[in-house]
Design a protein around this ligand. Structure first.
Ligand SMILES: [Fe+2]
Ligand SMILES: [Fe+2]
Length: 372
């Protein structure tokens, strides 16, 4: 492997470790695997370079040793942004770095680490390179005030795998990771005051359905959490919201990402996603019927128009009605290849127009209060 390839592998390990740390406890294999790989590679390279490996962060550019990596992947862009928000322009890691110290650094960068000011860094030093700030952080970098915990920062990457694996492998798919994401959403709503606002601006550059599913999950959990339901029920509703568009994994990507209007044949194919998804989820043991119900009903409107045409006289399930509202709101607020994103006022105006017809009025009023 050439040095540059090794450096890219180190960056990739760091990105994966930080993303996983934002979502999982340190005992989880999704954290342990990339972390072990990161430690091994960093130690080797530090040794080869005379005892320490230096990484610089300059805007959207990351420089490892002397090799620059531009924002060539969303992961590198996000890592650079994260370092900038922590005021980190340079990190130097010694060859004797231990697993606990590397782990502590990764959790610090992820924004969910300990903030115990008494702890010192032995083999890792980091801080600014120039400017008014001291060259290195004071004795304990972990003691500085951190931005709000970014508990969901890694969720889209994990969710991408979860949706694929559930859609493709069916019963073998890892539903537990979906549950972990819902637990992180619930934790995030308790800890991050502006979570809903921040989530709705989350736009995955490469996978709309992933970012959209997470946004909808956050907004539905927030609605359900205000209903005095047992926590386990809120969790089931959250999982249902997270999986509501799983049927889209079974629709050809060219149709999903087509810029411009869909023809009637394409629209018919997309309109099958609730039925495709529900049929698929029915085969999987999820411990709750809600994901199947919400998946099937989330495009049925309060006045029973929409699709698929309901076969029974009952009104959609409350979890479906809440998901439907969040679903439309997120779609309006997000940039799509065929139209730009709408600002909050315009999106709210469109929702208001559908009060009592497209949207269940009591849930809609609660939702609008929640996002205002
Ligand atoms: Fe949908
Ligand atoms: Fe959706």
């Amino acid at each position: 492997m050439k040095a540059q390839e090794v450096f890219l592998a180190i960056l990739t390990d760091l990105i994966r470790s930080v993303q996983a740390a934002a979502l999982y406890p340190e005992t989880h294999h999704r954290v342990q695997e990339p972390l072990a790989s990161l430690l091994r590679r960093v130690r080797n390279e530090a040794k080869r370079l005379g005892g320490s490996l230096t990484v610089g962060f300059f805007g959207d550019r990351i420089v490892v040793d002397q090799f620059p990596f531009h924002e060539s992947t969303p992961g590198i862009g996000r890592l650079a942004g994260r370092m900038a928000s922590r005021g980190i322009e340079k990190v130097a890691i010694g060859e004797a770095v231990t697993l606990p110290e590397m782990k502590r650094f990764v959790y610090f960068v992820a924004g969910v680490g300990e903030t115990d000011g008494a702890r010192q860094w032995k083999e890792i030093s980091f801080g600014r390179i120039r400017g008014d700030e001291p060259a290195e952080f004071p004795a304990s970098a972990a003691g500085v005030a951190l931005p709000a915990p970014q508990v969901l920062a890694g969720a889209t990457d994990v969710l991408k795998d979860v949706l694929r694996s559930i859609a493709v492998k069916g019963p073998l798919g890892n539903v537990e990771e979906g549950r972990d994401i819902v637990a992180a959403v619930m934790k995030g709503l308790r800890e991050e005051e502006f979570l809903i606002d921040r989530m709705v601006r989350l736009q995955a550059r490469d996978d709309y359905t992933v970012a959209h599913s997470l946004n909808v999950c956050v907004m539905v959990v927030a609605q359900a959490a205000g209903l005095d339901l047992p926590e386990a029920v809120v969790r089931d509703i959250g999982l249902a919201a997270l999986l509501h568009d799983i049927g889209k994994e079974l629709v050809p990507a060219e149709i999903l990402n087509k810029p411009g209007k869909l023809d009637s044949g394409e629209f018919a194919k997309i309109s099958l996603h609730p039925v495709l998804g529900a049929t698929h989820l029915r085969k999987i043991s999820l411990g709750s019927d809600l994901p199947v119900i919400v998946c099937y009903e989330h495009h049925i409107r309060h006045d029973r128009s929409g699709y698929p045409t309901p076969r029974f006289p009952d009104v959609p399930h409350p979890a479906s009605l809440m998901t439907q509202i969040a679903d439309v709101y997120d779609a309006l607020r997000t940039y799509r290849p065929y139209r730009t994103s709408l600002d909050r006022e315009t999106a709210v105006g469109i929702l208001r127009k559908g009060r009592g017809t497209e949207f269940e009025p009591v849930f809609l009023d609660r939702f609008l209060r929640m996002i205002s």
